[in-house]
Ligand binder design. Structure first.
Ligand code: TMP
Length: 215
C-alpha cells in the first residue's frame, strides 16, 4: 500500500512534458504536497547508465525486443529504488514518461505489439500502474518543430526518434491516443498545442478533480 501518488506524463517529441512537470510540481508544492520529479529512461544512476545505452549518439541499432527489455531493466531499477520509496514516504512522484512510452514506441511505432509489452510489464511489475497519466497531445508537425528548436544547431544532440519520419510520429500519436482511450480511469488527454499556461491550467484542473485537492 502506498501513501503518495504516482503521476506520469506521456506524449510524442516536443510535447512540453518537462515544462509541464515543473509547473505541476510548483502547484502541488504550493498546495503543501511534497513532490519528486523524475524521468524515464533514467531516474536512478543505474537507469541513467541504461539511458545512455539507449539514446546517446553512437549507440547500436537495437532490435525492438532488446530495446523493450532495456527499458524494463531501467524501469525496474527506477521503480524499486526511487519511485516506490518516495510513494511509501507519502511523496507525489511526477515522471517524464513511464510504461506507456514502451507501449507506444516499441509496442506500436516499432511494431513489437502491445501484447509483448503488456506481458513484460506483468512479469516485472504485476499490476503496478500510475494513479494518473497525463497524455500531452499535439499535431506531429508542431511537436517536431518544437523539438528541433530545442536541439538548436546541434542535430547530434537530438535523439534518434526525433530524426525518424513523419509516419513514425503519426503512429506514436495514435498509440498514445489509443492507450488513453482504453484506460480512461487512469489517463487524461490534454491539448498541448495551446499556450504553456493554458496547458498547465488544464493539467492542474485534471489533477485537482482526480485527487480532490481543494487548494
Ligand atoms: P525524452 O527524454 O526526450 O522523452 O527522450 C526519451 C526517448 O526515449 C524518447 O524518444 C522516447 C524514448 N523511449 C522509448 O522509446 N521507450 C520507452 O519506454 C521510454 C521511457 C522512452
Amino acid at each position: 500500500m502506498t501513501a503518495g501518488r504516482f503521476i506520469t506524463f506521456e506524449g510524442g517529441e516536443g510535447a512540453g512534458k518537462s515544462t509541464q512537470i515543473l509547473a505541476l510540481a510548483d502547484h502541488l508544492t504550493a498546495a503543501g504536497i511534497e513532490t519528486v520529479t523524475t524521468r524515464e529512461p533514467g531516474g536512478t544512476p543505474g537507469a541513467e547508465a541504461i539511458r545512455d545505452l539507449l539514446i546517446a549518439p553512437g549507440h547500436p541499432d537495437w532490435l525492438p525486443e532488446t530495446e523493450a527489455l532495456l527499458q524494463y531493466a531501467a524501469r525496474k531499477d527506477h521503480v524499486q529504488k526511487k519511485i516506490l520509496p518516495a510513494l511509501e514516504a507519502g511523496k507525489w512522484v511526477l515522471s517524464d514518461r513511464f510504461a506507456d512510452s514502451t507501449l507506444a514506441y516499441q509496442g506500436f511505432a516499432q511494431g513489437l505489439g502491445y501484447e509483448f509489452v503488456h506481458r513484460l510489464h506483468e512479469i516485472i511489475f504485476d499490476d503496478f500502474q500510475p494513479d494518473l497519466t497525463v497524455v500531452l497531445d499535439l499535431p506531429v508537425e508542431t511537436g517536431l518543430a518544437r523539438a528541433k528548436s530545442r536541439a538548436g544547431d546541434a542535430p547530434e544532440s537530438e535523439n534518434r526518434f526525433e530524426r525518424m519520419d513523419r509516419g513514425f510520429h503519426e503512429n506514436l500519436r495514435t498509440a498514445f491516443q489509443e492507450i488513453a482511450h482504453y484506460a480512461p480511469e487512469r489517463c487524461v488527454i490534454i491539448n498541448a498545442a495551446k499556450t504553456q499556461s493554458d496547458v498547465a491550467e488544464a493539467i492542474w484542473t485534471a489533477v485537482t478533480e482526480k485527487f480532490e485537492i481543494t487548494a
